[in-house]
Design a protein around this ligand. Structure first.
Ligand SMILES: [Zn+2]
Ligand SMILES: [Zn+2]
Length: 258
Protein backbone atom coordinates (compact mmCIF):
# COMPACT_ATOMS: atom_id res chain seq x y z
CA UNK A 1 0.00 0.00 0.00
CA UNK A 2 1.32 3.41 -0.94
CA UNK A 3 0.31 7.07 -0.88
CA UNK A 4 -1.12 9.23 -3.66
CA UNK A 5 0.01 12.86 -3.74
CA UNK A 6 -3.14 14.53 -5.11
CA UNK A 7 -1.54 17.96 -5.59
CA UNK A 8 2.06 18.64 -6.57
CA UNK A 9 3.80 21.13 -8.84
CA UNK A 10 6.66 19.28 -10.51
CA UNK A 11 5.90 21.77 -13.30
CA UNK A 12 7.20 24.56 -11.02
CA UNK A 13 10.57 25.94 -12.13
CA UNK A 14 12.09 24.97 -8.78
CA UNK A 15 11.23 21.27 -9.17
CA UNK A 16 11.08 20.84 -12.94
CA UNK A 17 14.85 20.29 -13.40
CA UNK A 18 14.59 17.36 -10.97
CA UNK A 19 11.23 15.98 -12.12
CA UNK A 20 12.75 12.86 -13.67
CA UNK A 21 14.72 12.03 -10.52
CA UNK A 22 11.75 12.75 -8.23
CA UNK A 23 9.37 10.50 -10.18
CA UNK A 24 11.94 7.72 -10.46
CA UNK A 25 12.13 7.69 -6.64
CA UNK A 26 8.37 7.32 -6.14
CA UNK A 27 8.66 3.59 -5.33
CA UNK A 28 11.38 4.15 -2.78
CA UNK A 29 9.44 7.04 -1.24
CA UNK A 30 6.17 5.11 -0.92
CA UNK A 31 4.37 7.19 -3.54
CA UNK A 32 2.04 5.21 -5.79
CA UNK A 33 1.28 8.18 -8.04
CA UNK A 34 0.88 11.97 -8.02
CA UNK A 35 -1.21 14.62 -9.72
CA UNK A 36 0.81 17.47 -11.22
CA UNK A 37 -1.40 20.55 -11.15
CA UNK A 38 -1.37 23.50 -13.56
CA UNK A 39 -2.25 27.07 -12.64
CA UNK A 40 -1.99 28.94 -15.95
CA UNK A 41 -1.62 27.88 -19.58
CA UNK A 42 2.15 27.22 -19.69
CA UNK A 43 2.08 25.24 -16.43
CA UNK A 44 -0.99 23.29 -17.58
CA UNK A 45 0.69 22.40 -20.87
CA UNK A 46 3.75 21.30 -18.91
CA UNK A 47 1.68 19.26 -16.44
CA UNK A 48 0.03 17.39 -19.33
CA UNK A 49 3.40 16.86 -21.00
CA UNK A 50 4.98 15.44 -17.82
CA UNK A 51 1.97 13.18 -17.22
CA UNK A 52 2.19 11.83 -20.75
CA UNK A 53 5.87 11.14 -20.20
CA UNK A 54 5.78 9.48 -16.76
CA UNK A 55 3.55 6.55 -16.00
CA UNK A 56 3.03 7.39 -12.33
CA UNK A 57 2.24 11.03 -12.92
CA UNK A 58 -1.19 12.43 -13.76
CA UNK A 59 -2.15 16.01 -14.61
CA UNK A 60 -4.76 18.58 -13.71
CA UNK A 61 -5.09 21.62 -15.95
CA UNK A 62 -6.73 24.98 -15.36
CA UNK A 63 -6.34 28.66 -14.62
CA UNK A 64 -5.69 29.69 -11.00
CA UNK A 65 -7.64 32.59 -9.46
CA UNK A 66 -4.38 34.58 -9.41
CA UNK A 67 -4.32 34.36 -13.21
CA UNK A 68 -8.04 34.77 -13.87
CA UNK A 69 -7.35 37.95 -15.84
CA UNK A 70 -5.62 35.80 -18.46
CA UNK A 71 -8.57 33.41 -18.91
CA UNK A 72 -10.52 33.51 -22.18
CA UNK A 73 -12.34 31.13 -24.51
CA UNK A 74 -9.26 30.36 -26.62
CA UNK A 75 -7.56 29.10 -23.47
CA UNK A 76 -10.60 27.03 -22.46
CA UNK A 77 -10.53 25.46 -25.90
CA UNK A 78 -6.86 24.63 -25.47
CA UNK A 79 -7.62 23.10 -22.05
CA UNK A 80 -10.35 21.00 -23.68
CA UNK A 81 -7.88 19.75 -26.29
CA UNK A 82 -5.26 18.90 -23.64
CA UNK A 83 -7.87 17.00 -21.63
CA UNK A 84 -8.29 14.44 -24.39
CA UNK A 85 -5.23 12.71 -22.90
CA UNK A 86 -6.41 10.08 -20.42
CA UNK A 87 -3.58 11.19 -18.12
CA UNK A 88 -5.43 14.47 -17.50
CA UNK A 89 -7.61 13.61 -14.51
CA UNK A 90 -9.15 16.95 -13.50
CA UNK A 91 -9.65 20.66 -14.09
CA UNK A 92 -7.68 22.80 -11.65
CA UNK A 93 -6.50 24.52 -9.86
CA UNK A 94 -9.38 26.94 -10.18
CA UNK A 95 -11.27 28.96 -7.58
CA UNK A 96 -11.10 32.13 -5.54
CA UNK A 97 -8.22 33.77 -3.70
CA UNK A 98 -9.36 36.82 -1.75
CA UNK A 99 -6.18 36.77 0.34
CA UNK A 100 -3.89 38.04 -2.40
CA UNK A 101 -6.56 39.43 -4.77
CA UNK A 102 -4.12 39.16 -7.68
CA UNK A 103 -7.07 39.31 -10.09
CA UNK A 104 -10.19 41.45 -9.42
CA UNK A 105 -12.83 39.41 -7.54
CA UNK A 106 -15.50 39.72 -10.23
CA UNK A 107 -13.04 38.34 -12.79
CA UNK A 108 -12.03 35.50 -10.44
CA UNK A 109 -15.70 34.56 -10.06
CA UNK A 110 -16.23 34.64 -13.83
CA UNK A 111 -13.26 32.38 -14.60
CA UNK A 112 -14.26 30.07 -11.75
CA UNK A 113 -17.81 29.66 -13.10
CA UNK A 114 -16.63 29.20 -16.68
CA UNK A 115 -14.17 26.46 -15.70
CA UNK A 116 -16.80 24.69 -13.58
CA UNK A 117 -18.91 24.52 -16.75
CA UNK A 118 -15.91 23.43 -18.81
CA UNK A 119 -15.13 20.58 -16.41
CA UNK A 120 -18.74 19.43 -16.57
CA UNK A 121 -18.66 19.44 -20.36
CA UNK A 122 -15.43 17.42 -20.30
CA UNK A 123 -16.69 15.01 -17.64
CA UNK A 124 -13.85 15.80 -15.22
CA UNK A 125 -13.75 16.67 -11.49
CA UNK A 126 -12.66 20.14 -10.36
CA UNK A 127 -9.77 20.94 -8.02
CA UNK A 128 -10.41 24.11 -6.07
CA UNK A 129 -7.96 26.60 -4.61
CA UNK A 130 -9.88 28.72 -2.09
CA UNK A 131 -8.27 31.23 0.22
CA UNK A 132 -10.20 33.63 2.47
CA UNK A 133 -13.22 33.06 0.22
CA UNK A 134 -14.96 29.92 1.51
CA UNK A 135 -18.35 31.58 1.88
CA UNK A 136 -18.28 32.91 -1.69
CA UNK A 137 -17.03 29.55 -3.01
CA UNK A 138 -19.89 27.81 -1.16
CA UNK A 139 -22.42 30.19 -2.70
CA UNK A 140 -21.13 29.61 -6.25
CA UNK A 141 -20.91 25.82 -5.82
CA UNK A 142 -24.46 25.60 -4.45
CA UNK A 143 -25.73 27.75 -7.29
CA UNK A 144 -23.92 25.57 -9.84
CA UNK A 145 -24.53 22.21 -8.18
CA UNK A 146 -25.98 20.83 -11.43
CA UNK A 147 -22.47 21.09 -12.92
CA UNK A 148 -20.71 19.18 -10.16
CA UNK A 149 -21.58 15.59 -11.10
CA UNK A 150 -17.93 14.67 -11.67
CA UNK A 151 -16.74 15.67 -8.22
CA UNK A 152 -15.25 18.60 -6.30
CA UNK A 153 -11.95 18.64 -4.43
CA UNK A 154 -11.04 21.42 -2.02
CA UNK A 155 -7.25 21.37 -2.14
CA UNK A 156 -5.22 22.58 0.88
CA UNK A 157 -8.46 22.85 2.84
CA UNK A 158 -8.20 25.70 5.34
CA UNK A 159 -11.87 26.35 6.01
CA UNK A 160 -13.60 25.62 9.30
CA UNK A 161 -15.05 22.36 10.57
CA UNK A 162 -18.52 23.94 10.32
CA UNK A 163 -17.86 24.76 6.67
CA UNK A 164 -17.09 21.07 6.05
CA UNK A 165 -20.77 20.36 6.82
CA UNK A 166 -21.73 22.85 4.11
CA UNK A 167 -19.37 21.48 1.45
CA UNK A 168 -20.53 17.97 2.33
CA UNK A 169 -23.82 18.98 0.70
CA UNK A 170 -22.06 18.98 -2.69
CA UNK A 171 -20.18 15.75 -1.78
CA UNK A 172 -16.82 17.56 -1.73
CA UNK A 173 -13.47 15.87 -1.16
CA UNK A 174 -10.90 17.60 1.06
CA UNK A 175 -7.12 17.42 0.71
CA UNK A 176 -4.75 18.18 3.58
CA UNK A 177 -1.01 18.79 3.40
CA UNK A 178 1.96 20.06 5.35
CA UNK A 179 -0.13 22.59 7.29
CA UNK A 180 -1.45 19.83 9.57
CA UNK A 181 2.10 19.32 10.88
CA UNK A 182 2.52 22.97 11.86
CA UNK A 183 2.36 24.09 15.49
CA UNK A 184 -0.56 26.48 14.99
CA UNK A 185 -2.65 23.90 13.14
CA UNK A 186 -5.58 23.61 15.59
CA UNK A 187 -8.09 25.01 13.10
CA UNK A 188 -6.91 22.65 10.33
CA UNK A 189 -6.89 19.66 12.66
CA UNK A 190 -10.50 20.29 13.71
CA UNK A 191 -11.48 20.50 10.05
CA UNK A 192 -9.63 17.28 9.22
CA UNK A 193 -11.45 15.44 11.99
CA UNK A 194 -14.79 16.71 10.65
CA UNK A 195 -14.20 15.35 7.13
CA UNK A 196 -16.06 12.14 6.23
CA UNK A 197 -13.48 9.36 6.04
CA UNK A 198 -14.43 8.52 2.45
CA UNK A 199 -13.76 12.11 1.37
CA UNK A 200 -10.25 12.54 2.79
CA UNK A 201 -7.21 13.03 0.55
CA UNK A 202 -3.54 13.90 1.09
CA UNK A 203 -1.30 16.27 -0.86
CA UNK A 204 2.04 18.03 -0.65
CA UNK A 205 1.36 21.14 -2.80
CA UNK A 206 5.14 20.98 -3.32
CA UNK A 207 7.36 22.99 -3.66
CA UNK A 208 5.22 24.85 -1.07
CA UNK A 209 3.86 23.82 2.34
CA UNK A 210 6.87 21.76 3.46
CA UNK A 211 5.93 19.76 6.58
CA UNK A 212 7.70 19.87 9.93
CA UNK A 213 10.64 19.23 10.47
CA UNK A 214 11.76 20.31 6.98
CA UNK A 215 10.16 23.77 6.88
CA UNK A 216 12.39 26.19 5.01
CA UNK A 217 13.39 23.51 2.48
CA UNK A 218 11.66 22.87 -0.84
CA UNK A 219 8.77 20.45 -0.45
CA UNK A 220 8.70 17.22 -2.49
CA UNK A 221 6.32 14.26 -2.83
CA UNK A 222 8.61 12.18 -0.59
CA UNK A 223 7.54 14.32 2.39
CA UNK A 224 3.92 13.22 2.00
CA UNK A 225 4.82 10.45 4.42
CA UNK A 226 5.10 13.01 7.24
CA UNK A 227 1.63 14.35 6.46
CA UNK A 228 0.24 10.81 6.44
CA UNK A 229 1.85 10.03 9.80
CA UNK A 230 0.30 13.12 11.38
CA UNK A 231 -3.15 12.47 9.88
CA UNK A 232 -3.12 8.83 11.04
CA UNK A 233 -2.05 9.87 14.54
CA UNK A 234 -4.75 12.52 14.68
CA UNK A 235 -7.52 10.21 13.51
CA UNK A 236 -6.30 7.36 15.70
CA UNK A 237 -5.93 4.91 12.82
CA UNK A 238 -3.05 2.75 11.65
CA UNK A 239 -0.86 4.28 9.00
CA UNK A 240 -1.68 1.38 6.63
CA UNK A 241 -5.39 2.02 7.02
CA UNK A 242 -4.95 5.71 6.26
CA UNK A 243 -2.96 4.87 3.12
CA UNK A 244 -5.62 2.46 1.96
CA UNK A 245 -8.50 4.86 2.56
CA UNK A 246 -6.89 7.94 1.01
CA UNK A 247 -5.61 6.06 -2.05
CA UNK A 248 -9.02 4.53 -2.61
CA UNK A 249 -10.65 7.96 -2.29
CA UNK A 250 -8.23 9.46 -4.83
CA UNK A 251 -9.09 6.75 -7.37
CA UNK A 252 -12.81 7.17 -6.74
CA UNK A 253 -12.60 10.91 -7.40
CA UNK A 254 -10.10 10.72 -10.26
CA UNK A 255 -11.80 8.09 -12.38
CA UNK A 256 -9.03 8.18 -15.01
CA UNK A 257 -6.44 7.16 -12.41
CA UNK A 258 -5.36 3.52 -12.51
ZN1 LIG B 1 -3.52 26.21 -4.43
ZN1 LIG C 1 -1.19 24.27 -5.97
Amino acid sequence: MMLIDTHCHLNDEKLLPRAEEIVSNFDRDGIESAVCVGYDMPSSELAAELANKYDKLYAAIGIHPHDSVTADYDKYERLATLSSSQKVVGIGEIGLDYHYDNSPRAIQQGAFREQIELADTLGLPIILHVRDAYEEARRILFEMSAYLRNGVLLHCYSGSAEMVREFDKVDAYYAFGGAITFKNAKHNLEALCAVPRDRLLLETDCPYMTPVPFRGELNEPKYLSLVADRAAQLLGVERAELEEVTSKNAKTLFTRMK
